[in-house]
Design a protein. Structure first.
Lengths: 98, 371
């Protein structure tokens, strides 16, 4: 199972407690994982990625294994630690303000 | 026993304020949608328990919430707002073409006859409608595709469709207002639109009588006289007696004719309210005195209403959707400030008290009069 940690505002919106675990058929990528998350929690559609362009929203970042994956291709394979469930994919609301 | 339910949208959540018809003792809800910007909430005129809320965030985009029990519980609805076809461009601040891009819903206007039908005003300026209670939204794209659309430019707050007025006497007629394009009217339920800005005479644009380009802040109507409209423009308070075919200035003796909010008394269609604000850059009340101005003559002659409002050291703003009117026999007037106060007058504006003083900055105020 793929583990995903969502930011608190989205956990509240989707009424999620703790991590999300999703099963992904085929290659594990940002796109396939987020597709699985949105399929399970349709209310999250449009909150992480733009509904029309499917691009990451500007103030949302993706981290895993101490790496910033935000600017990687959405179709690039995620690290093995994420694929095997050792590490979660972190969806982070960027710190913005001052 | 009758009462009122006040729906307050703020920069950091929504609040529901309730009272009986005396409007003296209030219950204030816990924050709803805490941390999110709530540009607007509004109830269905035909089912007061049916509420809609626009919840948005610079991080996580747009969510639409719906309640079927008067705000006790809420359910996220559809949030896909897609512009029809290839959206094309409008003008950016610097005059260059810029693709249309959905940013948020500023205003929700439930149908007068069907609780499942709601109109939504968007930034970038467009009008959407749902007829399934908010699950799906369709653009009424003829508005954005009007010939003038490629020349629309944003105001300082963004290019938003912020006002939707449904004509109670003609279900085919809708008025909308866009900053900074102006007023548009459809007489065929959104299939075609006309700019309705003759007489606005906006200073500071190359052609002051241009068809579009006017920074209309809000328009208001009394249900008994759908041909009469009142407008708070960036500068000037205006009135139309012919369904927005033409406008006349009625700023009269106001201390400043800038402001955002404007509304009409529930039982006297010639009594109107504004909150004059100093501008162009300050955006707070003149002289540090928070004064609602009332005209009992449909404009031109205005009186300040100060009893119970701070008359020194007050530097808040009152935004365009942050004033509301109830329909109790003694008409209640409400407004919220960017300082987090919500004020009520239960006697048409003569005396004011604060319901709450320390909310997040108030963006919108609506009131429901309950049986």
């Amino acid at each position: 199972m793929i583990r995903v940690v969502l930011p608190a505002p989205l956990r509240t919106l989707a009424q999620i407690h703790g991590e999300v675990e999703v099963h992904v058929e085929g290659q594990v990528t940002q796109r396939s994982v987020l597709d699985a998350v949105e399929a399970r929690y349709p209310v999250l559609r449009g909150t992480i990625r733009d509904q029309f362009s499917q691009q990451r929203r500007a103030f949302v970042r993706f981290f895993a294994c101490q790496e910033d994956l935000s600017n990687e291709s959405p179709d690039a394979p995620l690290p093995d630690e994420v694929v095997t469930g050792v590490e979660p994919l972190l969806v982070v609301g960027a710190m913005a303000g001052g | 026993m009758s009462g009122v339910r006040v729906l307050v949208g703020t920069r950091k959540g929504a609040f529901v304020l309730t009272s009986d018809e005396k409007r003296e003792k209030w219950d204030v809800s816990e924050p709803l949608f805490a941390g999110w910007e709530i540009y607007h909430l509004k109830g269905s005129p035909v089912d007061p328990q049916r509420l809609y809320a626009s919840q948005s965030s610079g991080w996580f985009g747009q969510v639409i919430q719906r309640s079927n029990d008067g705000g006790k519980t809420w359910e996220p609805m559809g949030n896909q707002f897609t512009y029809d076809g290839t959206p094309g461009t409008h003008l950016w601040y610097d005059g260059t073409p810029r693709p249309w891009e959905f940013k948020r819903i500023w205003h929700l206007e439930p149908s007068r006859t069907d609780p499942d039908t709601v109109y939504a005003g968007a930034e970038d300026a467009s009008l959407f409608r749902t007829s399934d209670g908010g699950q799906t939204w369709q653009e009424l794209s003829a508005l954005r595709q009007h010939d003038s659309g490629v020349f629309w430019q944003p105001g300082a707050g963004g290019m938003c469709l912020h006002t939707i007025v449904l004509d109670p006497s003609d279900p085919q007629r809708i008025f909308v207002a866009i900053s900074a394009a102006g007023v548009f009217r459809t007489d065929d339920a959104g299939q075609t639109w006309r700019p309705m800005n003759q007489g606005l005479n906006t200073e500071g644009i190359p052609d002051p009588q241009a068809e579009v380009g006017h920074c209309v802040h809000r328009i208001a109507m009394h249900d008994s006289r759908p041909g009469v409209l009142f407008m708070q423009k960036h500068w000037d308070v205006m009135r139309s007696d012919d369904g927005a075919e033409s406008w006349q200035e009625v700023s009269g003796n106001l201390p400043t004719d800038f402001g955002f909010a404007i509304d009409v008394h529930a039982h006297d269609p010639e009594t109107i309210y504004v909150v004059p604000i100093k501008s162009d850059s300050e955006h707070f009340p003149p002289d540090g005195k928070l004064r609602v101005y009332r005209s009992r003559t449909g404009g031109n002659e205005w009186e300040p209403l100060t009893n119970g409002l701070p008359q020194r050291d007050c530097y808040v703003n009152v935004l365009r959707d942050a004033m509301a009117i109830d329909t109790l026999d003694s008409c209640g007037v409400y407004f919220g400030t960017t300082g987090g106060q919500v004020y009520v007058s239960a006697d048409g504006g003569d005396r004011w008290t604060s319901i709450v003083r320390d909310l997040p900055a108030v963006v919108s105020v609506e009131v429901q009069t309950l049986p």
